[in-house]
Design a protein around this ligand. Structure first.
Ligand SMILES: *[C@@H]1O[C@H](CO)[C@@H](O)[C@H](O)[C@H]1NC(C)=O
Ligand SMILES: *[C@@H]1O[C@H](CO)[C@@H](O)[C@H](O)[C@H]1NC(C)=O
Ligand SMILES: *[C@@H]1O[C@H](CO)[C@@H](O)[C@H](O)[C@H]1NC(C)=O
Ligand SMILES: *[C@@H]1O[C@H](CO)[C@@H](O)[C@H](O)[C@H]1NC(C)=O
Length: 433
């Protein structure tokens, strides 16, 4: 089989019948001269001069969370800490024909890929042009004749009054965005120089947006929705990403791999999809040799692997025990600091690198023996040169989240055919071939 083509799996007969009036699509992804679809992930801070608010994280939509009251906006911000760094990772892809480059935030917590409306000039980084469906020859609008058909593309799509397939997303921090869902061609420039084209991906072009979400130029959604037009379905239901030192905006080797080239190595654990989220189980948590007393029921396929969340969120009883252990270890050594918006997290005066030498490793014991190790950089987050806080907080809902800090120095591989996610502890530069 030539490696320049990915032959998509044959769709089941039932599926074809159910979706009989979907537009017909080309079923192959074409790659000119590329071998693997490896994309560089850019750190927002490295190109922050292109944006208005460099420290934005992806807010959690209200209408999509497992528990809609999920409190997710927990980034430390405030007048005390002007130089808080963001941890959003961006992918440079082009949309439509002629292809319009866009910098989209990679998010395993979103199912729709969307871009901001043209009216939002503040959202659009300086180098991009504005995507205009009218001038793109590869944009296919979706019929609204059957309501069923439109609602099948995305979990919150519906037919607007003007008979267009619409989406609208409200975020917990009260920002929102909305627009029209179409099928479009995406062009990916791989790190090996190859150009990959994927036609007919579900895509939302914005018509309106408000609030902090306007500081992002768009989102690359890595959830797999129940249709065959989502990105992850189209690339063979496999992807992986590697995150290095998130505190270093100039770290060059963060990368996203889509499709067959995905790195699915290391400890693997069973995964399920719950309300669109990729969830795994935590069976135990230890700090050094000490096991915390974890209520298994609270973590049973209830831990979201999230690339759009900075910190990790745990149920109260596990969080309190972890916090107590940290207090026992640090209270005698360092002075507590008060940080605005740190919530229940402990903060200390001190420097992560200098003052936490020898701090025990915190281990999340995942299902079937996979361990995720959190060293000081996974457990704590630098706030300034001499203040740091925990990078783990109490969950505001009944779910748990493994955030980006905890995933540093790991390659995380998602295999949606085997329904497993794997964690390989590695320096991302070693993945370059
Ligand atoms: C994104 O890719 C386009 C070409 O497709 C390029 O012109 C642009 O400079 C890239 N942007 C960044 C920030 O690397
Ligand atoms: C693929 O083609 C592009 C331009 O067409 C070129 O810049 C690049 O070096 C080629 N890559 C490989 C791996 O041959
Ligand atoms: C990560 O990057 C920060 C900022 O550049 C640096 O202070 C820290 O030492 C780095 N950590 C490691 C383990 O290299
Ligand atoms: C969602 O969270 C709220 C408040 O934290 C709680 O009262 C409610 O029971 C939760 N809902 C579910 C379905 O767990």
């Amino acid at each position: 089989m030539p490696n320049s083509y990915i032959v998509l799996q044959i769709l089941s007969f039932t599926f074809l019948v159910l979706n009989a009036n979907f537009p017909t699509t080309t079923s192959t992804i074409t790659a000119t001269n590329g071998t693997r679809l490896v994309l560089k992930l850019m750190h927002r801070d490295a190109i922050s001069h292109l944006f208005h608010n460099p420290s934005l994280r992806i807010p959690e939509p209200t209408n999509r969370a497992i528990n809609s009251s999920l409190s997710h906006d927990i980034d430390i911000r405030g007048p005390l800490i002007p130089s808080e760094e963001g941890s959003t990772l961006l992918v440079n892809i082009s949309i439509g024909d002629p292809p319009i480059p866009q910098l989209l935030a990679m998010d395993t917590g979103s199912s729709l890929t969307w871009v901001q409306p043209p009216i939002c000039s503040a959202c659009t980084p300086a180098f991009t042009s504005i995507y205009d469906p009218k001038t793109s020859s590869t944009c296919t609008s979706l019929s609204c004749d059957s309501r069923y058909q439109c609602t099948n593309y995305y979990d919150f799509s519906n037919c607007g009054q003007e008979k267009q397939c619409r989406y609208s997303i409200n975020y917990l921090d009260k920002s929102s965005c909305g627009g029209v869902i179409v099928l479009e061609k995406f062009t990916f420039l791989a790190s090996d120089g190859g150009v990959w084209e994927i036609p007919d991906l579900v895509f939302g072009y914005g018509l309106e947006s408000s609030g902090s979400i306007r500081d992002l130029s768009g989102i690359l959604g890595l959830q797999i929705f129940r249709n065959r037009y989502s990105l992850v379905s189209r690339v063979g239901k496999k992807f992986s990403y590697c995150i290095g030192n998130i505190s270093d905006p100039h770290y060059m080797y963060n990368q996203l791999i889509l499709g067959e080239g995905a790195v699915l190595e290391g400890d693997s654990t069973p995964m399920r999809i719950r309300h669109g989220h990729y969830v795994v189980s935590i069976e135990g948590i230890s700090i050094g040799d000490k096991q915390l007393n974890v209520v298994q029921k609270e973590f049973d396929f209830n831990v979201v692997i999230d690339s759009g969340s900075t910190i990790t969120l745990l149920q109260r009883s596990a969080f309190e025990q972890l916090k107590r252990e940290i207090m026992n270890l640090l209270d005698g050594l360092l002075r507590r600091a008060i940080v605005i918006n740190a919530g229940e997290r402990l903060c200390y005066w001190g420097n992560l690198v200098r003052d936490l030498k020898g701090f025990p490793i915190v281990t999340l014991h995942l299902g079937e023996g996979a361990d995720l190790y959190l060293d000081v950089e996974g457990m704590f987050k630098r706030v300034s040169d001499d203040i740091f806080c925990m990078a783990v907080d109490v969950s505001g809902s009944d779910i748990n989240i493994i955030g980006v800090y905890a995933q540093q120095y790991y390659n995380v591989g998602f295999d949606l055919n085997a329904m497993r996610v794997s964690f390989l502890s590695i320096e991302c530069e070693l993945l370059e071939d």
